[in-house]
Design a protein around this ligand. Structure first.
Ligand code: DX5
Ligand code: ZN
Length: 227
């Protein structure tokens, strides 16, 4: 299966976000990853639904909206209206995670769950019927440019095992600290979506950066289903 590359706009030039989004699309991005931070769940504040709406008008590729917010249930409808294709909530921010995932789907949007480095995969077991995406964090959420925590590799493998029978329905994504050097191991461990911020936007040529991540990821993937 192809690896999807999702540049994170968190590392783009905030003064020219529309152009940056288009630049990423033209450079071959499969998705755009939009990091929404509320100053509560994580210290920084970034984008709101109106920003997602503005980005939606500039690109056609799916918008992968990562809600790093407390009480995400209060904001789902606005982000759905704004044009999000995926809405990913943190299990750590939800008292009733099953209900929240159902709410996302009811809005006609794909439902994702994000796991912080301190959260295990066990929570996924009873959520498989209401999930479209699992986002394994490679760093503690809140900032771009952090170093990938190697424990996330083990977690990807565990998630891959747990979701094995649903691999065509539930995508496994990894976010935080993703580099070309790591991409092979991440995809070998089960990642199908690579979210990349600082590494990608640091590349002098975004198209080459996206291609390099894709190549490194796909080269590592076995053709046969893992038994
Ligand atoms: C971190 C965000 C990430 C961030 C990744 O909290 O969720 O999406 O942009 O940035 P890098 O790739 O620089 O770690
Ligand atoms: Zn993110």
């Amino acid at each position: 299966m192809a690896v999807r590359i999702a540049p994170s706009l968190l590392s783009a030039d905030f003064g020219r976000l529309g152009e940056e989004a288009q630049r990423a699309e033209e450079a071959g991005a499969d998705w755009l990853h939009v990091d929404v931070m509320d100053g509560h769940f994580v210290p920084e504040i970034t984008f709101g639904a109106r920003m997602v709406e503005a980005i939606r008008r500039r690109v056609k590729i799916p918008l992968d909206v990562h809600l790093m917010v407390a009480q995400p249930q209060d904001h789902l409808a606005r982000f759905a209206e704004a044009g999000a294709d995926y809405l990913t909530v943190h299990v750590e921010a939800c008292v009733h995670i099953h209900r929240v995932l159902c709410q996302i789907r009811t809005l006609g949007v794909k439902a994702g769950i994000a796991l912080c480095p301190g959260t295990g995969v066990a929570v996924l077991e009873h959520l498989q019927d209401v999930l479209d995406l699992v986002l394994v964090m490679g760093v503690n959420p809140g900032y771009g440019g952090q170093q990938f925590l190697s424990s996330a590799l083990k977690k990807l493998r565990q998630a891959e095992q747990l979701l094995r029978e649903r691999r065509n329905e539930i995508l496994l994504s990894v976010d935080g600290g993703v580099t070309e050097e790591l991409a092979g191991n991440l995809c070998r461990a089960g990642a199908q979506v690579l979210v990349a911020g600082s590494w990608l936007f640091r590349q002098p040529d975004l198209r080459r950066g996206i291609a390099a991540l894709r190549l490194a990821g796909e080269a590592s993937r076995p053709d046969e289903p893992r038994g």
